[in-house]
Design a protein around this ligand. Structure first.
Ligand code: HEC
Ligand code: HEC
Length: 327
C-alpha cells in the first residue's frame, strides 16, 4: 500500500475508529440508569437544587415547625426513617412506612398506590397531610415568603414571589438530584466482575435465576414501576390500607402496592408499605414460604428453599446495592 492509499484509508476509517473508542469510553463512565426525564418547566440547575435542599431540611415547612421532609427521609438511612410507620407533627402516625427517595427521578408514578404522577405534585401531599406536616397551603406560603432568604431565591431563580409553584419546583429538583448509581453492584452490572464478592455474585445469581425476584425487581432500577400484590397478607379485610384498591375501588387491586426499588436496601429497614417485616432475612422467609396466598397474589410468587449459605449470599448481594448517598 502506498502512502496516499494509507492516508485515504485513515481518512475513511479514522473517524469510525474514533467514534467507536469515544462511545466505548462514554458507556464506561455513564450511569447505566440512563438520563432522567425532567419537566420542560422545571429544568435542573445548580441553584434550584441548592434551594430545594434548603427547603427539604427546613422544619418551618411543617405547621408547628417540628418536622421537615428530612425527618422522615433521613439521608444517612438512604432517605428513609428507620420506623415502622413514619411520625409526623404532634407525634401523629403517618399511614405508611417511608420509602427511599434514591433514584426517585426515574419513577413513573409516586406513592405505594402508584397514583401521583410527578414529584412536583407529590410535594403537596406531605405538606398538607394532617399526620405529616399539617399545613394549610395559604398560610404556609405566607410564612415562607416572609423569610428573606427564600423570597430572594424565588425572585432570582424563578423570577416571581415565593409561592406554591416555587416550593414544589425547587423540592422536586432537589429530589431528582439524589441518585444512587455507584454501588458495587452497578459497577458489576457495568461489566467490572470483581467489584462484588463471590458471595454477593452467588446471591445475584440466586436472585435473578434460581428465584424469580427480577420479574418485578428488574435491574438496574430493581422495580418494574407497576403495582403488584406480593402476598404480604392472606387477607386485607381487616386492614385499612388495601393498596391501589383505595384509589380505583377495583377488587383485583386489593393488596397491590408499588414495587419498591431495593436501592441501598440494607439501610432501609423495616420493610414493606407498613414496615411489618423487620429485616431482610425475614423478607426472604416471606417469599420462600410462597407468600400468604391472597387471591390477588402474583402467580410468579412460589415457595422455594434456601440453604444457610444461600441466605448469606443473598444478604451479601443486597449489601452490594448500596451506593453513595448524596445530600
Ligand atoms: C411524617 C413523615 C414524612 C414527611 C414529613 C415527609 N414524608 Fe415523604 N413519604 C412518607 C411516607 C410514609 C411515604 C409513603 C406514602 C404513601 O405511599 O402513601 C412518603 C412518600 C414520599 C414520596 C414518594 C416516593 C415513591 O417512590 O413513591 C416522595 C417523593 C416523598 N415522600 C417526598 C417527600 C417530600 C419532598 C417531603 C417534604 C415536603 C416529604 N416527603 C415529607 C413520609 C414522610
Ligand atoms: C410479583 C412481583 C414481585 C416479586 C416476584 C418479588 N417482589 Fe419483592 N416486592 C414486591 C412488592 C409489591 C413489594 C412491596 C409490598 C408492600 O409494601 O406491601 C415488595 C417488597 C420487597 C422488599 C421490601 C422493600 C422495601 O423497601 O420495603 C424486598 C427486600 C423484596 N421485595 C425482595 C424480593 C425478593 C428477594 C424477591 C424474590 C424472592 C422478590 N422481592 C420478588 C413485588 C415483588
Amino acid at each position: 500500500m502506498n502512502q496516499k492509499q494509507s492516508i485515504s484509508i485513515w481518512l475513511c476509517f479514522g473517524p469510525i475508529l474514533f467514534l467507536l473508542f469515544y462511545c466505548k469510553s462514554d458507556t464506561d463512565t455513564v450511569s447505566l440508569l440512563g438520563p432522567i426525564s425532567v419537566p420542560k418547566d422545571n429544568l435542573q440547575t445548580v441553584e434550584k437544587i441548592k434551594f430545594g435542599k434548603q427547603l427539604f431540611f427546613d422544619k418551618r415547612l411543617s405547621q408547628d415547625n417540628s418536622v421537615s421532609c428530612a425527618t422522615c427521609h433521613v439521608p444517612e438511612l438512604a432517605f428513609t426513617d428507620g420506623k415502622k410507620l413514619s411520625v409526623g407533627i404532634h407525634n401523629r402516625l403517618a399511614m405508611r412506612n417511608a420509602p427511599t427517595l434514591l433514584n426517585v427521578a426515574y419513577q413513573k408514578t409516586l406513592m405505594f398506590d402508584g397514583e401521583v404522577p410527578n414529584l412536583e405534585m407529590q410535594v403537596l401531599v406531605p405538606l398538607k397531610d394532617s399526620a405529616e406536616m399539617g399545613n394549610q397551603m395559604k398560610e404556609l406560603i405566607q410564612k415562607l415568603r416572609a423569610i428573606p432568604k427564600y423570597q430572594n431565591q424565588a425572585q432570582k431563580i424563578f423570577k416571581r414571589d415565593f409561592d406554591a409553584y416555587v416550593l414544589t419546583r425547587a423540592l422536586a429538583s432537589f429530589q431528582r438530584y439524589i441518585l444512587s448509581d455507584d454501588s458495587p453492584f452497578d459497577s458489576y452490572f457495568n461489566g467490572n466482575k470483581n467489584s462484588i464478592s463471590k458471595s454477593a455474585e452467588r446471591g445475584w445469581i440466586l436472585f435473578s435465576e434460581k428465584m424469580y425476584c427480577t420479574k418485578c425487581h428488574v435491574p438496574p432500577h430493581f422495580t418494574n414501576f407497576t403495582t403488584e400484590n406480593n402476598g404480604l397478607y392472606a387477607t386485607y379485610e381487616d386492614k385499612f390500607d388495601k393498596g391501589r384498591f383505595r384509589i380505583n375501588g377495583d377488587s383485583s387491586e386489593i393488596g397491590s402496592f408499588k414495587v419498591p426499588v431495593l436501592r441501598n436496601i440494607s439501610q432501609t429497614a423495616p420493610y414493606m408499605h407498613d414496615g411489618s417485616i423487620s429485616n431482610l432475612t425475614k423478607v426472604l422467609d416471606h417469599y420462600s414460604k410462597g407468600g400468604k396466598g391472597h387471591f390477588n397474589q402474583s402467580k410468579i410468587i412460589a415457595p422455594f428453599t434456601l440453604s444457610n449459605q444461600e441466605k448469606i449470599d443473598l444478604l451479601e448481594f443486597f449489601k452490594s446495592l448500596s451506593g453513595t448517598v448524596k445530600d
